[in-house]
Write a protein that binds this ligand. Sequence first.
Ligand SMILES: CC(C)(COP(=O)(O)OP(=O)(O)OC[C@H]1O[C@@H](n2cnc3c(N)ncnc32)[C@H](O)[C@@H]1OP(=O)(O)O)[C@@H](O)C(=O)NCCC(=O)NCCS
Length: 231
Amino acid sequence: MTIEIVYGAVNPHPELADDWRILDKTEQQRASRIGNPLARTRYIKLRALTRRLLAKRLNCRPDDLTIAHGAHGKPFLPDHKFHFNLSHSHDQFALALSDAGEVGVDLERFNPPRPLHVARLARRCFANDELAFWQNQPTARQWQVFFQFWTLKEALVKASGLGIQAGLRNARFDFQSPGHPLAVPEHMGRPEDWCWRQHNIGQASLVSVVYRAPERQVSWREYADLTGDHK
Ligand SMILES: CC(C)(COP(=O)(O)OP(=O)(O)OC[C@H]1O[C@@H](n2cnc3c(N)ncnc32)[C@H](O)[C@@H]1OP(=O)(O)O)[C@@H](O)C(=O)NCCC(=O)NCCS
């Protein structure tokens, strides 16, 4: 049983024919509705990559996989006991693959956000002790610490598949001690049912993963080129 995170940059090369062919009708329709050409290319390439990597693990053809969507939009595999989740920010992505249990991943680029915006989000989403910890950081470190809490909460929300209504202030993390969350919203069970890890990509990005399974090693793999050897 493994948790694997594949991360990298989306190849901006506009050649899409091989990718387009393996998407299903719903994915092709969604892609066609994306007006921005760069966003459309990224969507097509990431969906195709997701299918290729899943197919490799499940020993089937990428275009044979059925990908359904939960009530709040989380993509899942109705025909397999295998979990995945995708996150993207600008040209970067992280894809979590898990045969151990539900998984959520969040990637954020370290763009120092506007201080007032961050303070408002922190007050809205952080638990009281997280907020106090964040407020006690030197100003120069506050935005990094913000992303450390934020990506963990996003990853938990995404693992649950419930979206924002999962109850972010009721989820508590100590990002200095990887392992279990300190608390999760009541409907998500016990904190010890869930585990988390964080990984820096260079100086510029942070990825958090949350999964529902006993603690295990998480492997982090860089995928250098989406048009590489996974056709
Ligand atoms: C989808 C959602 C869960 C995350 O969105 P995001 O952080 O903007 O974007 P990410 O790149 O991390 O994730 C997007 C991908 O997650 C997947 N996804 C979509 N809905 C999802 C859901 N309900 N649960 C899990 N994954 C979902 C999709 O693969 C999507 O990629 P696609 O649109 O290319 O198909 C968003 O709808 C949401 O509710 N975010 C919470 C916002 C918030 O206030 N968080 C506070 C944290 S403190």
